[in-house]
Design a protein around this ligand. Structure first.
Ligand code: ADP
Ligand code: MG
Length: 485
């Protein structure tokens, strides 16, 4: 991805919620004086926008779904809420924070400890997979007020009975989008079953994919929703049209890719044949492109979608029918390879880009024959098309456009009781990779798919093959083609 702001993927903060009247001082909040004094000492002089928006709600006891970009201060937002409800003299677990990875859990534990410094002794315990379980059981026997952990390991302790949540008053799902990406939905559900029904649940997330709403409906009670970055604003989609000759159409797609270098592109064709032809042309040129069409078996369709969603495929080529119901959180560009005959379909196609805090591009290729259809689209959209000449499309880099990740397939899935945490553990603890090198983990019935940084993909295959997942040898293969990687 290039850094120029003219290119997709460049994100700009869009804080749509105005700051509340009366300034952003923490003093406005019903917090204990010792907590307030400690905030001053930490240099937290003013609330960040997400803190100003969420703390009054969270402190009132209401359930909350809060979305704000990374680095906006979400940890303190829920930490202050859970600390203010905590009864330090009651030595039982009163708050549980679920995080996607050990690194994040450690950061959250530290932040809670820093914020709790002023209070009576508040004990914060971190429970993550990848560490031996026995010392954790011993620590739990000594008691804790706050537990921060990854869903799989927390569930382990609940099932063993080493962790009890009868006194729990606050459940926090932090980085909920990332936890869903990593396939933790079932574990979160199982953990929530162990929590008292009378509780406050706070959900924090950097993005707001539809699954977050689903998670919220299932585990939260009448939550207040706060989104500090606009959701789906049409203005964030930048549309450009290119006039092409029929014989240049498919080749123009790769020129768009080289010029704009979007990480993920959804390319719409009007027919299945056109989809196949485009994938052939792009693959021959070295791009990672996959077709989604009605003839795929379910397993093949899953594999295509998993690779696209975990960023190991640059271009997904689809007909409107095949793409129905598809929802992809991060999509830098939509390319209309053919102009659709139905203007509503065009609007629907381009509406898939420009979500969350991302800018989105929509490119459309039109031949002279299609100008009538373009006219209908202009009528529906109530604006004229912005035309650009094809010859302004120049490669932005010498490097070929390749996806950042590659997908490994592990033979073994839910049937073998593999959980995302097992795979993450095998890669980070045993094989020595950093958690930041690992992307989405999808566990299906018989297979597990792991996205890893492209540059370490082959190494990851050999180290995983040499090691064990869940105490067992596993068969691992590279699903993505690494043609030029
Ligand atoms: P997020 O979870 O939204 O990605 P964090 O909670 O990790 O963000 O916060 C990012 C950084 O901002 C941390 O270093 C934290 O200490 C700091 N921070 C949070 N709230 C404030 C504040 N009110 N004033 C100053 N710094 C803050
Ligand atoms: Mg965070």
């Amino acid at each position: 991805m290039t850094t120029s702001s003219d290119r997709p993927g460049s994100t700009q903060a869009r804080d749509t919620a105005p700051p509340p009247a009366g300034g952003l001082s923490f003093d406005r909040l019903p917090l204990a004086p010792a907590l307030l004094a400690n905030l001053q000492r930490l240099g937290y002089l003013e609330m960040t926008p997400i803190q100003a928006a969420s703390l009054p709600v969270a402190l009132s006891g209401r359930d909350l779904i809060a979305q704000a970009k990374t680095g906006s201060g979400k940890t303190a937002a829920f930490a202050l809420a859970l600390l203010s409800r905590l009864e330090a003299r009651r030595f039982e677990v009163q708050a549980l924070v679920l995080c996607p990875t050990r690194e994040l859990a450690d950061q959250v534990s530290q932040e809670i400890r820093r914020l709790a410094r002023a209070e009576e002794n508040v004990k914060v315990l971190s429970l993550c997979g990848g560490s031996p379980i026995r010392p954790q059981v011993a620590s739990l026997e000594h008691g804790a007020h706050v537990v921060v952990g990854t869903p799989g390991r927390v569930l382990d302790h609940l099932e063993r009975g080493s962790l009890q949540l009868a006194a729990l008053s606050t459940l926090v799902l932090d980085e909920a989008d990332r936890m869903l990406d990593m396939g933790f939905f079932d574990d979160i559900a199982a953990v929530a079953k162990h929590c008292p029904r009378e509780r406050q649940t706070l959900l924090f997330s950097a993005t707001y994919p539809p699954e977050i709403g689903q998670l919220g409906r299932q585990f939260l009670r009448d939550p207040q929703e706060l989104k500090l970055q606009g959701g789906h604003a049409a203005s964030k989609i930048r549309e450009r049209w290119y006039e092409v000759r029929e014989e240049d159409r498919l080749h123009t797609v790769s020129r768009l890719l080289d010029h704009y270098r979007p990480v993920s592109t959804l390319a719409f064709c009007n027919t299945r044949q056109q989809c196949r032809d485009l994938v052939d042309v792009l693959s021959a040129q070295g791009y990672e492109a996959l077709a989604l069409h009605g003839e795929l078996e379910q397993r093949e369709r899953d594999q295509v979608l998993i690779q696209f969603a975990n960023r190991s495929c640059s271009v997904l080529v689809a007909t409107d029918v095949a793409a129905r119901g598809l929802d992809i959180a991060q999509l830098e560009a939509v390319i209309n390879v053919d102009v659709t005959a139905e203007p509503e379909v065009h609007v629907h196609r381009i509406g898939r880009t420009g979500r969350a805090d991302q800018d989105g591009w929509a490119f459309s290729l039109a031949s002279l024959d299609e100008m009538g259809r373009v006219g209908n689209i202009e009528l529906l959209q109530g604006r004229a098309s912005e035309w650009h000449p094809v010859n302004e499309l120049k490669p932005a880099s010498e490097q070929p456009l390749l996806p950042p990740m590659a997908t490994l397939q592990i033979l073994g899935g839910r049937k073998e009781k593999i959980r995302p945490g097992d795979v993450l553990g095998a890669l980070t603890q045993d094989a020595g990779f950093a958690a930041t090198q690992i992307g989405k983990i999808n566990v299906t019935e018989f297979s597990t798919y792991v996205a890893v940084e492209r540059g370490v993909a082959r190494e990851a295959v050999s180290r995983l093959s040499a090691g064990k997942v869940k105490g067992r040898k596993v068969k691992v293969r590279l699903l993505s083609e690494l043609m030029r990687g």
